[in-house]
Design a binder for this molecule. Sequence first.
Ligand SMILES: NC(=O)c1ccc[n+]([C@@H]2O[C@H](COP(=O)([O-])OP(=O)(O)OC[C@H]3O[C@@H](n4cnc5c(N)ncnc54)[C@H](O)[C@@H]3O)[C@@H](O)[C@H]2O)c1
Length: 312
Amino acid sequence: MRILVTGGAGFLGSHLIDRLMTAGHEVICLDNFYTGNKRNILQWLDNPNFELIRHDITEPIRLEVDQIYHLACPASPVHYQYNPVKTVKTNVMGTLNMLGLAKRVKARFFLASTSEVYGDPDVHPQSEEYRGNVNPIGLRACYDEGKRIAETLAFDYYRQNKVDIRVVRIFNTYGPRMLENDGRVVSNFIVQALQGKPLTVYGDGSQTRSFCYASDLIEGFIRLMNSDYVGPVNIGNPGEYTILQLAEAVRDMINPNADIIHEPLPSDDPRRRRPDITKAKTLLDWEPTVPLAEGLKLTVEDFRQRIGNAAI
Ligand SMILES: NC(=O)c1ccc[n+]([C@@H]2O[C@H](COP(=O)([O-])OP(=O)(O)OC[C@H]3O[C@@H](n4cnc5c(N)ncnc54)[C@H](O)[C@@H]3O)[C@@H](O)[C@H]2O)c1
């Protein structure tokens, strides 16, 4: 098949491209390199089945493809809040352009949505039926409301224009190729420990998160894309860890002598978020397989190669 991956030079997009190229597909990677990097797709640049297009999805484009994985959108708060109006444009105009393309060429369209559509949830764990608790005028709205309207657009194209859609709601994912400066907890701890600095925990560290390893997530993507189920489907790891447990795991792996220090909790930090993955299990026969200790080891190795290790 000929498959378009928007945001293909980013963290998740490049792992997806590795899987699709290895399976023998023709892949077109479309990216404006806002948070993506050529380094992530370097290994495919000379492959005749691979094509890279520098393009901003807020502008229309014409291509002939069979499937579209639509991932283009900055994913971490530091990056999506840097230019919030642009984030809204990417989610609204970008998704409209890609759905228009899917409609024209009759391609199957896969939307990478997010657990952020649940906002600061008041039910635990979150199932796909939960409608969320989102602040439409908050600092996160450009992203979480942006993704909510992207889902709306996908379902309206499905109902009105018979576009064949799949919608995944991604929960916290980590792995090699995460950006060092994305401000997310896994990358923060790893970078601090490698640089020999204290690890910064916000609040007392009792807030919990779940962490899905990238290869598990990509397996879920491929299964959903090639299933008959439209979605939305939660894909994430339901194993819950406190932030303090994560800090200790990273510290013990890199620099057991590092200090853990506490700073005030940001106001919009959700206390808990954890996926209900019943749908993924029953409809896609999917569940995560990589334990946190193993995934962290692989991630630390990748960061070590990129930024070195001052702690040793
Ligand atoms: N990583 C996670 O834990 C997570 C969680 C929930 C949802 N997601 C979603 O998954 C997708 C990929 O996330 P990621 O972690 O790989 O992020 P990322 O920032 O590494 O990748 C996003 C990619 O999209 C590109 N991009 C951004 N705006 C663009 C535009 N206007 N035109 C063309 N390209 C553009 C960036 O350059 C980058 O390569 C995003 O849609 C994100 O919302 C990720």
